[in-house]
Unconditional design. Sequence first.
Length: 194
Amino acid sequence: MDEIRAEEIIRARLSENRYQHSRRVAMVAREMARTFGLDETKAGLAGIVHDYAKGMPGYELLSIAREHDLLEDEVEEKSPDLLHATVGAFLLSRDHGLDDEEVLNAVRSHTLGRVGMTDLEKVLFLADLIEPGRDFPGIERLRCLAMRNLDQGMVQAIDLTLRYCMDQGRLIHPRTVLVRNNLLSSLPSDRTLW
């Protein structure tokens, strides 16, 4: 699947706002890929398709996840929107023949992350949060960090996401905490440097 075909699929599937978000994510992902010496084509493709299953009703996400053994934790049953990344990757592969595992893994991990993420996965995770349509407290610092160091950007992004979830009284997926701790343990201990 090339980016032109992917954009056609996404435009037909998503709301106009979500489609424009996906286009901005693809733009930022390509820019980040260029900065970090990654494949810009794969980054753009991942950006366009990352929210393929966004907007699907929770019961449908749960049904697909149960049927195809995609559930990882009970938090997903209580907050089924978290499944849009995993289910989206599954549907892109099954229904549209997307077979690039790097792109599919980026789509799978763009919401919760995963321990051992590739740089392409980190780029998509971050591009989804820092695209120009996003505006939340701390975003400018996050944008700067994300364009300088993927791991530092990831920790900052997860910290902001966790704070938001706690402030909203939302469940926190244990995988995201594991990802944060794993990344944090690999960074210099003096966080004042960033």
